[in-house]
Ligand binder design. Structure first.
Ligand code: DAV
Length: 371
């Protein structure tokens, strides 16, 4: 195709870019909030075994490939609606993905058939850096087509001037997964990760934005090849730092390491301490998350009890936090934050809290260096 035949927009692209987000704390103006509709339990696979709490393995082996119980999804949907109402009352524009019937199985040349998962966690799927939306090359097979729930919104943002990229679509064939670890111990730090380095894979939620510095972890769903792809894609304007966490089954950084404001960081003490953070955080104020109060019997099928750390900042003061986690609310207040308590524990059974259930579209702010 010659360059003269490339269709050009009829009018100059709008200066008021609809997508803009450089940090986890700039004033939130627009956000995508997920949906619980039609969520299905992932089918048993090595990448599920590597990341899911041992006490729930039987749940996945028994219910894999089938919809979650209707009462659970109804309760999660009510909590999502409550979150949306609260965000709206705080002045944030809330957008929702399309409802999709995730129980419809699909196949690719490399695997299948498998049902999908859900549209509940936009943070896992969409990485927003500046004015660009990047669709993550996710490692779980059931998530292969998850981005389609967001395509209506992403196309709208593109037409309004945003950049839109899908990372190289992985194949997720047998070469992408270890076949020698089933039934054993997984440890991302001891070369016992479910995912190999055969092709780039990552979940967007393994990355965290602090202006020109992007922090991430190697996890059971994010490999070094995926991190290298993203670092090269973002280019020399960004510094990508891979952080170590005491989390052999790691999947997503946002219940471990949560920057709340310039120079202020919330950490999960079960996985990281002020001493194990890189020296660049020496001058930062470190808030150590208190032990969660949720009972061990609560069915967090996908996660640890540390979902309490998975907060969402609306600006440098306001933080959306689980209403039942009083010690976390107290900690934030003690440090001068304005916690916004929202009940969200039923939703937690789907594997995330406020940060996971959302994806920034626009925060007021510019690209800065905070180190
Ligand atoms: O236990 O670290 C992180 C959030 C998963 N989306 C955990 C859960």
């Amino acid at each position: 195709m010659s360059s003269s035949s490339v269709p050009m927009p009829a009018a100059p692209i709008s200066q008021a870019v609809p997508v803009n987000s450089h940090t986890e704390w700039d004033l939130l103006e627009e956000v995508i909030v997920g949906r619980a509709d039609h969520a299905c339990v992932p089918e048993w696979h090595v990448a599920i075994e590597a990341t899911m709490p041992k006490k729930h393995h039987t749940f996945f082996k028994t219910h894999g490939g089938r919809p979650f119980p209707a009462e659970l999804l109804a309760a999660a949907a009510r909590e999502l609606d409550g979150l949306c109402a609260r965000l709206t009352s705080e002045g944030v524009t809330v957008r929702r993905p399309d409802p999709v019937d995730w129980s419809v199985p699909f196949s690719t040349p490399a695997f299948g058939p498998t049902p999908g998962l859900y549209g509940a966690m936009p943070r896992d799927v969409l990485l927003v850096v500046a004015d660009e939306i990047i669709e993550a090359p996710m490692a779980w097979r059931c998530r292969y087509f998850e981005s389609r729930a967001y395509r209506r919104l992403v196309k709208e943002y593109f037409h309004a001037g945003a950049r839109w990229t899908a990372a190289p679509k992985p194949e997720l064939g047998d070469a992408t997964f270890r076949d020698d670890l089933t039934g054993g111990e997984f440890d991302v730090y001891a070369d016992r990760s479910a995912t190999t380095e055969a092709e780039p894979v990552f979940d967007a939620a393994d990355f965290c934005r602090v202006g020109r510095d992007i922090f991430c972890q190697v996890s059971q769903v994010t490999n070094r090849f995926g991190i290298a792809w993203l670092a090269r894609h973002l280019g020399p304007g960004y510094r990508v730092h891979v952080l170590p966490f005491d989390d052999p089954n790691a999947m997503h950084i946002d219940a471990s390491f949560v920057p709340l404001a310039p120079g202020r960081l919330l950490i999960n003490p079960a996985r990281v301490t002020a001493e194990t953070l890189p020296a660049m955080f020496r001058s930062w104020e470190i808030l150590v998350a208190p032990e969660p109060t949720v009972p061990d019997s609560h069915p967090f099928y996908f996660t640890s009890k540390w979902l309490s750390v998975n907060v969402l900042s609306l600006d440098e003061k306001r933080v959306v936090v689980e209403a039942a986690e009083q010690p976390m609310i107290d900690l934030l207040k003690h440090h001068g934050f304005e916690p916004i308590p929202v009940p969200f524990r039923n939703f937690g059974s789907l594997g995330g809290a406020f940060h996971c259930a959302t994806a920034d579209v626009r925060r007021r702010g510019t690209l800065e260096s905070f180190f």
